[in-house]
Design a binder for this molecule. Structure first.
Ligand code: NAD
Length: 459
């Protein structure tokens, strides 16, 4: 697991160790040993499964594709986490992402543990038939470790409802006669998926930002305006004024986040920049997000990256290198692409005062410490991007009962859960001088530690 993750676990446990009101039964020598055990358990995955999928290509060649399923911890329920299709997937990355799932579910009180999967492929370089074979093989190779009560995969970068439908169909075939609707989430609605799942992560990401900057700040303005907390000062300096917004990544999460910002009536924000794997698009007057969403829908998910494409789609923007979006002079930066985007090399050039992590782990430890020290408000991944797993839980529940919720019911449950977590965490954040990430991690580790202790796992 990454060093950054280990050090955050250690910091959270150190803070809890000194809090004698937490697990008060554990005293002196016993307390020291129990916290050592917690560190060992949380910083190690339960299992790492690895296979080389044998894939016959359409040209007759056979290739072997490395693929993973990592089970981090299941103290709170069955393992849960997406399957990433990307050429840079590796064991350390998947393990780290599985750990973040454990923490995310604990933070939002979702009754799942943490898992993650990965397949080392660039999906754009395979035909649909080959991708179908990859999905089928993944289920065959990992069938013994997945299932509705064991481990429930979902989409991640490079995968979506099509892949989940294919995978569920294979699971159903292999496990004939057994319940199968809860084996995968993020499926199409036609195939037992939940209304609102596709949009859930992006909606939750934008809601986290809107709830803080509009609802929470306005409701608590009197207290916060006299506070000396550096993050309260920053947040208030951006409240109730027009804001410029940039969104890195324009896939499932980024495109919905950008659309939510474009349509928001609560905050006057203008999306001036978006980006993807090819380019950044910029327009100081604001980009036409619905037109960009329509363009990507008919161009295998890619934004326009040439003047001809912009002209034919009727979109006004300048095309800039893809990394430019990170250091633009804007107020709010949504990160919805990959990890390690804000790092030692660009941290000093970042101008946004508010950063929202739609992606998992997009900020390195160095950049996080530097920006937090400057008072930048960072809404961390495990808080902001949990909409997907929250609605995945609803999908799993609907699949078990074969009773389906309306769009409105799903939306209301998603918002209620995220609001509840924010209301628990934000008073602490604006009270202590700790970054929000640390507050969230402490909260998650506290819940996990209590459950592990009560389950007798610390002896
Ligand atoms: P996606 O594959 O739908 O989209 C990824 C986007 O990032 C694409 O627009 C791609 O072009 C762009 N991109 C790739 N490399 C880039 C680069 N180097 N610079 C800029 N853009 C780049 O993936 P997604 O589902 O939207 O996931 C995005 C992030 O959100 C990931 O970190 C994922 O783990 C996280 N996440 C996703 C979900 C979900 O429900 N899909 C839930 C929680 C977290």
């Amino acid at each position: 697991m990454e060093e950054q993750t280990r050090s955050i676990i250690q910091q959270s446990l150190d803070a809890l160790m000194d809090n004698k009101l937490f697990l008060p039964d554990l005293k002196e020598d016993m307390r020291v040993k129990a916290f050592k055990s917690l560190n060992a358990i949380l910083s190690t995955p339960n299992q790492i499964h690895k296979s080389f999928l044998r894939l016959p290509l359409e040209n007759g060649e056979v290739v072997r594709i490395p693929s993973y399923r990592v089970h981090h911890n299941d103290a709170l329920g069955p393992y849960k986490g997406g399957i990433r299709f990307h050429e840079s997937v590796n064991e350390e990355e998947v393990t780290n992402l599985a750990f973040l799932m454990t923490l995310k579910n604990a933070l939002h009180n979702v009754p799942f543990g943490g898992g993650k999967g990965g397949i080392v492929v660039d999906p754009k370089s395979f035909s649909d038939k080959e991708l179908h074979r990859i999905c089928v093989k993944y289920v065959r190779y990992f069938n013994h470790v997945i299932g509705p009560d064991k481990d429930i995969p979902a989409p991640d970068v490079g995968s979506g409802e099509r892949e989940m439908d294919w995978m569920m169909a294979e699971y159903k075939k292999i496990n004939h006669g057994k319940p199968y609707l809860g084996s995968f989430t993020g499926k199409s609605v036609a195939n037992g998926g939940s209304l609102g799942r596709r949009e859930a992560t992006g909606k939750g990401v934008y809601f986290t930002f809107r709830y803080l900057m509009h609802d929470y700040l306005n409701a608590n303005a009197n207290n916060l305006s006299v506070s000396t907390n550096p993050f309260a000062k920053t947040a208030l300096s951006y409240a109730n004024r027009p804001l410029t917004v940039a969104v890195q990544g324009f896939g499932n999460v980024g495109s919905v986040t950008a659309l939510e910002a474009f349509n928001c009536d609560y905050i006057k924000n203008k999306v001036v920049a978006v980006s993807d794997r090819n380019a950044t698009l910029y327009n100081a007057e604001g980009l036409d997000i619905p037109a960009l969403v329509a363009f990507t829908a008919s161009n295998r998910g890619d934004l326009p990256s040439t003047e001809e494409q912009l002209t034919s789609a009727g979109i006004k923007a300048t095309i800039q290198p893809r990394e430019d979006i990170l250091t633009m002079d804007i107020d709010v930066l949504f990160l919805a692409a990959l990890e390690n985007q804000l790092h030692d090399g660009n941290k000093a050039d970042i101008k946004a005062g508010i950063i929202v992590e739609g992606a998992n782990a997009p900020t390195t430890e160095e950049a996080d410490a530097y920006l937090s020290q400057k008072g930048v408000v960072i809404l961390p991944d495990i808080l902001a991007n949990a909409g997907g797993v929250i609605v995945s839980y609803l999908e799993w529940l609907q699949g078990r009962e074969t009773q389906f919720f309306s769009d409105e019911e799903v939306h209301n449950q998603l918002i209620a859960k995220m609001k509840h977590t924010m209301d628990t965490i934000l008073p602490q954040y604006f009270g202590d001088p700790f970054p929000l990430r640390q507050n969230c991690f402490i909260h998650s580790v506290m819940r996990l530690s209590t459950v592990l202790y009560r389950q007798g796992k610390l002896y």
